[in-house]
Design a protein around this ligand. Structure first.
Ligand SMILES: Cc1cc2nc3c(=O)[nH]c(=O)nc-3n(C[C@H](O)[C@H](O)[C@H](O)COP(=O)(O)O)c2cc1C
Length: 204
């Protein structure tokens, strides 16, 4: 295999970006509640709604997820980058991450796993499958409940306006905010361009 014109050839690696970076809540409030920062996560099925997380077996959280078979995925805002990064460099073996960061644990009504009250969006998840991939173990989990701050609902349309949460993004070791609005799903094939031309969603 040769090189491609105008392209550099990099060694194979995890070059996929941007990614959401999430705070996964595991364990139980009052005994072993913990938070782990993860970037290796994604939606893997629509019906049933499934997501995946990949966790190294050496993480304290790995044992907690194996034990309880449930966890939460909390989507932080860009303003929470410091807490998110901190939870990704400290271990729950040594520190109480909720206590240290001041983040508030809320017991998920469906699973008992700890949600993060301050994160604008939180998902409760139940593990349905897992397997070892190499460095990381893959957990596939069903999303059994979704919670979002009331402030994310557009007061005019009552539509769920996720972009209002200003999510934290991750690319190759660095954190970013979401950029500007470009259009809605399918705008490239809309019948009467100009009539409903893509524009930024209303912000307040
Ligand atoms: C931005 C970021 C993304 C991370 N993504 C992952 C990941 O996808 N999988 C993983 O096992 N560890 C990941 N980590 C590392 C863990 O969050 C870190 O090792 C953490 O201290 C483990 O906590 P625990 O021992 O309390 O479980 C990430 C860390 C950061 C800062």
């Amino acid at each position: 295999m040769g090189d491609l014109p105008g392209k550099l050839t990099w060694k194979p690696g995890t070059v996929l970006h941007p990614l959401p970076v999430v705070l996964v809540g595991c364990g139980r409030i009052g005994t072993d509640a913990n938070l782990i920062t993860l970037a290796w996560t994604g939606i893997v099925c629509s019906e049933p709604p499934l997501l995946s997380i990949s966790v190294r077996p050496s993480r304290h959280s790995h044992a907690l997820i194996l034990k309880h078979q449930v966890f939460t995925v909390n989507l932080p805002a860009a303003t929470q980058a410091t807490q998110v990064d901190w939870c990704g460099v400290k271990s729950g073996r040594d520190v109480d991450k909720f206590g240290h960061t001041g983040l508030t644990p809320l017991a998920g009504p469906q699973t008992g796993a700890p949600l993060v009250a301050e994160c604008p969006v939180g998902l409760e998840c139940r593990v349905v499958d897992s397997r070892s991939l190499g460095s990381h173990d893959l957990f596939i989990a069903e999303i059994v409940a979704v919670y979002a701050d009331a402030a994310l609902v557009d007061p005019d349309t009552q539509a769920f306006a996720l972009e209002r949460s200003a999510p934290l993004c991750y690319a190759h070791g660095n954190y970013y905010e979401l950029g500007g609005y470009l259009g809605f799903f399918g705008f490239s094939v809309q019948k009467k361009p100009g009539k409903k031309a893509p524009g930024p969603p209303r912000r307040r």
